[in-house]
Design a binder for this molecule. Structure first.
Ligand code: FAD
Ligand code: NAI
Length: 465
């Protein structure tokens, strides 16, 4: 009989914490999960992945009707926007999915301790005045919006907002300025552009989407420009002032030069997210975040303090829900005495714009730094399904080791790139060669055939190009 209230206690019920808690309970551990929000699911289900995808999906329909792509296929409609109904279906998706996690907690006998957790000592956590002990504690507190110094976010007023405010706008802005051309800026900028806003994206770097393959970044910029987004690359925001319902954004070239101002009725600040470590009582356990505010861990997710592990957005690595989920499963397995593995070299990333943008593994630049490579590319224009569906934009790129042919990275822009990238991740996880992908039978006609053709192109022998 353990002296502790719980075998394991997770702090945070996002995709890291809730998935970890369910797996721990499945493995027979007495498990608790502390969550301060009124609903489970963390950033992802409440204000992140799910509501943004609900708005992206619905606005895609509106755009297809409004921009003539449906008419091209013989379906002539004049769309009328019911924004309240669009928000309603978003809220429904969120409440059904967060309710689903509550059901799974009950089913698996995970105790939800509702409230804010802070450490008293390494095995004692206080939740709103009550203490709970656990043999192992897992910090899964996630991340929150990085503020832009000097710029005040006020989601209630709806003039200068973060991603949470941008999901809830009560009307379509006339002019939306997006600060930061990363994933959030492009996804939520796309939502409001499709619904009628003039969107200007101000990005500090000379290309959008840092971290992605350079060909992908350049192609994405071309596509977003064609869709009507105004991209101000290599440009920094030096200030935002708000008067009434109008914001004035002052920008200047990142390298220095003349300033200019942009007027907007809405400004979205999306310059990244920072790990949540404040208010956790880390001082009480002698745990200090690194210079980037992250909690450092080893291969078993152990922090420098015995009995305390950490997963998800609060630790180094990409801030992605599926990475947090996989770490949740793995940490529970270690705690239960099993081996839990997350291959951090094979974590796909997807931007859910139109078309979608996805990648896994090394960029061409990073692969080249490691040695000689071969690259195969195939345009979506030459893929029969994409062509038939009037989806000509994008390409697939397969990067392989020149000597061993082992696949090092796969990148794609395609309407369903997020779905296509799964096969690339699986192939890489199994150590596939580009030849393995090239000789795997792919159903016809599918967008995924472009991955097979790009793999064939690694040896210079695609069929349809
Ligand atoms: P979180 O989901 O942030 O959960 C942490 C939870 O801990 C929160 O609910 C918080 O309330 C709780 N908490 C924090 N401190 C305490 C405390 N002291 N006591 C009690 N509770 C506490 N990722 C994708 O992979 N795909 C996407 O499409 C995607 N879309 C996104 C869209 C947006 C707009 C945003 C903002 C993010 C998106 N992300 C997406 C990122 C994804 O949401 C995160 O990577 C993921 O939620 C991280 O999971 P986590 O469990 O580490 O933390
Ligand atoms: P991000 O890191 O993707 O992009 C931020 C961008 O802002 C960068 O391009 C950066 O160069 C730029 N920037 C920083 N400071 C700036 C300044 N002062 N002026 C102009 N530009 C500036 O961060 P974002 O978009 O906020 O997303 C946060 C996290 O959420 C990401 O790490 C991402 O992993 C996750 N996310 C994932 C999604 C997905 O998987 N589809 C969707 C949304 C978010």
């Amino acid at each position: 009989m353990s002296d502790f209230d719980f075998d394991v206690l997770f702090i945070g019920a996002g995709p890291g914490g809730y998935v970890g808690a369910i797996r721990a309970a499945q493995l027979g551990l007495k498990t608790a999960c502390v969550e301060s929000r009124a609903t489970l699911g963390g950033t992802c289900l409440n204000v992140g992945c799910i509501p943004s995808k609900a708005m992206l999906h619905a606005s895609e329909y509106f755009d297809a009707a409004a921009n003539g792509s449906m008419a091209k296929m013989g379906v002539e409609v004049t769309p009328k926007l019911n924004l309240e109904a669009m928000h309603g279906q978003r809220r429904d998706a969120v409440s059904q999915l967060t309710g689903g996690i509550e059901y799974l907690f009950k089913k698996n006998k995970v105790t939800w301790l509702q409230g804010h957790a802070s450490f008293k000592d390494a095995h004692t956590v206080e939740v709103d005045g009550k203490t709970h002990t656990a043999k192992e504690v897992v910090i899964a507190t996630g991340s929150s919006v990085t503020p832009l110094p000097g710029v005040e976010i006020d989601n209630d007023k709806g003039v200068v907002v973060d991603s949470t405010g941008a999901l809830e706008l009560p009307k379509v802005p006339k002019n939306l300025v997006v600060i930061g051309g990363g994933v959030i800026g492009l996804e939520l900028g796309s939502v409001w552009r499709r619904l009628g806003a003039n969107v200007t994206v101000v990005e500090y770097l000379d290309q959008l989407l840092p971290g992605m393959d350079i060909d992908i970044r350049k192609e994405a910029a071309k596509i977003f420009k064609k869709q009507g987004m105004d991209l101000k690359l290599a440009t920094k925001v030096t200030g935002v002032t708000v008067r009434g319902k109008t914001a004035t954004v002052t920008v200047e070239p990142a390298a220095g030069g003349d300033a200019e101002t942009l007027k907007a009725d809405c400004v979205l600040v999306s310059i990244g997210r920072k790990p949540n470590t404040q208010g956790l009582g880390l001082d009480n356990i002698g745990l200090e975040p690194n210079e980037r505010g992250q909690i450092e861990i080893d291969g078993q997710f152990r922090t420098s303090v015995d009995g305390i592990r950490a997963i998800g957005d609060v630790v180094p690595g990409p801030m992605l829900a599926h990475k947090a989920e996989d770490e949740g499963i793995a940490v529970a397995e270690w705690i239960a005495g099993e081996v839990g593995i997350v291959n951090h070299d094979v974590i796909p990333g997807v931007v859910y714009t139109w078309p979608e943008i996805a990648g896994v593994g090394l960029t061409e630049e990073a692969a080249k730094d490691k040695g000689e490579i071969k690259v195969g590319k195939f345009p979506m224009l030459a893929n029969s399904r994409a062509k038939t569906n009037h989806e000509p934009d994008g390409f697939v790129k397969v990067i392989a080791d020149a000597k061993t042919d082992r696949v090092l990275g796969v990148w794609c822009i395609a309407s369903v790139a997020g779905t296509m990238i799964a096969q690339a991740a699986q192939a890489m996880e199994f150590g596939a060669l580009s030849e393995d992908i090239a000789y795997t039978c792919h159903a016809h006609p599918t967008h995924s055939e472009a991955i097979k053709e790009a793999a064939m192109a690694v040896r210079g022998k695609p069929i349809h190009m």
